[in-house]
Design a protein around this ligand. Sequence first.
Ligand code: MG
Ligand code: MG
Length: 634
Amino acid sequence: MRKSIATVSVSGTLAEKLTAISAAGFDGVEIFENDLLVSPLSPEEVRARARDLGLGIDLYQPFRDFEAVPGDVLAGNLRRAERKFEVMERLGATLLLVCSSVSPDAIDDDELAAEQLRLLAERAAGHGISIAYEALAWGRHVNEYLHAWRIVRMADHPNLGTCLDSFHILSRGSDPIGIEAIPGDKVFFLQLADAPLLAMDVLQWSRHYRCFPGQGTFDLAGLVTHVLETGYAGPLSLEVFNDGFRQADAGRTSLDAMRSLIALEEAAARRRGTTPPIPPPVIPSGFAFAELSVPPAVPSAIASAVSAGDPPGPPDPPGLPRHPPELSALLAALGFVRTGTHPGKPVELWEQGEARILLNATGDEPALAAIGLESPDPAGSVKRAESLLSPVLPRHRAPREARLDAIAAPDGTELFFCRTEHPGHSSWTDDFRPRAEGTARAPAAEGITHIDHVALTQPRHHFDEAALFYRGVLGLRPQESLEVPDPYGLLRSKAMSSEDGALRMVLNINQVGAQHIPWQHIALACDDIVATAHRLRAAHPGLLLPVPANYYDDLAARYDAPPELRELGLLYDRDEHGEFLHLYTITAGRVFFEIVQRVGDYQGYGAANAPVRLAAQHAWGGQRSSTMNVTPSA
Ligand code: MG
Ligand code: MG
């Protein structure tokens, strides 16, 4: 289907918008009048620019407060329309959006509205222009799409049809089934926007919080299905007013927009039983590994805090480069064993049970750089990602290395699709020595069995983009967004998981002071967290993030929780399916580890305890930096 977008949906000057929209692969644009008014480009120049970029001008909008007015007002409105028709002729645009009036001059009289719209359509026809009449959700007398359609039908002019706008229809709770009663050739245009469920004035909701399909709570696929049932063959066009998108990079927003339309087209095709435009998602069956980038040099403040008095972890294989101790020390303390080193790259493999961590010493400060996903069909995973506009990463592959298919997520995380030790296939772990020479799998020394979830920090303004990406590319199901109080701001958080819970991710965005560096974490699943916590507390008391006593006083008030939680510094949560016990390590760079135990069928992530964790992390970081800032006295 033809895909368009309103210029108001992305940031920048009109010229920048057109360039970004074209680069994302759109076929056309709606020119939002204000974008033209503030542009130094003449309508002819905009027309030429759009043509050179391969973009059609599918709609000019909006024309407001026209219909159902007294005669003297009508004359002025028609004069205003003639001026706009002239601009449209210069632009080469042939469809004008007229939205239902909000003017106090408007009279509640459908016959009068129809008569005047008919007159407008007749004038428009003289310029080769048609009119698409749209019911604004806050229109004075016309605010329901079927009401707008009744007026269009009454006016009965070939140059007058209706414009359907998903926001105006769904924000009022109107049933979109009625769309099917409108003949497809009278649906002149279809505008699409999603929105999060918010209890607020519909005008403010529309102007600030619209988002791309799949990023909100509306059933856009259902609405599009009804529209396609009418025989509508015009464009799917995005019209999104969003405070974040106005500030974000136009190129990136345009790609996000296009991805949302492709996913929407797929969802509608599945509803209608037609062939989807893209291959189906390949659902990963778990984490193969998490890769942390670490600096090649050694800031060892944490290493000494962690391993004061501890053995320094396993000995280095002879002749291999030694990695900075910070994360190595943390991993060793958690019971991980370095099982191999890459012969050609400064990368180490650390294992415990099925939990695998790569330390890649090409980074700056410790950060979660890549995730390996177990895929039943790695090539299929990449095809799916490519069809949703994800950049495929070049494979830097030495002659004997396992082939790893990788893509870049919008947050910069690299996602590798792989199979670990799958019978009949080579495994990426074979690349690491001496592991391939028969090193036994690392035992679960501290009871850690696998990676339970990873928490990734998203860049500002790109939270919804990331959620749509992971949902579309990996087939993960998003849970509700949460807002977690941080001492210096808010953390917005959204969990996403595969249907069976084998793959869980948490997307976080910090709305905290600009200097704060966001944290990421890897949560490790454990069989017996009480035993693990006992051992860790005895051997590495400096490793665990301190939890305030007030937390345990409150916990005791809420639950009949065992007193050893307090002694061990464990946090606790429960839902209707089960219980959750967890603990956090101190941070290394941008990264910390969490150890979790799910009891029963608990589905959450301990979000209720996240404010305690954030406050403790700030306190711990503050202590650490004040100690580090002490200058030796002369
Ligand atoms: Mg609209
Ligand atoms: Mg967590």
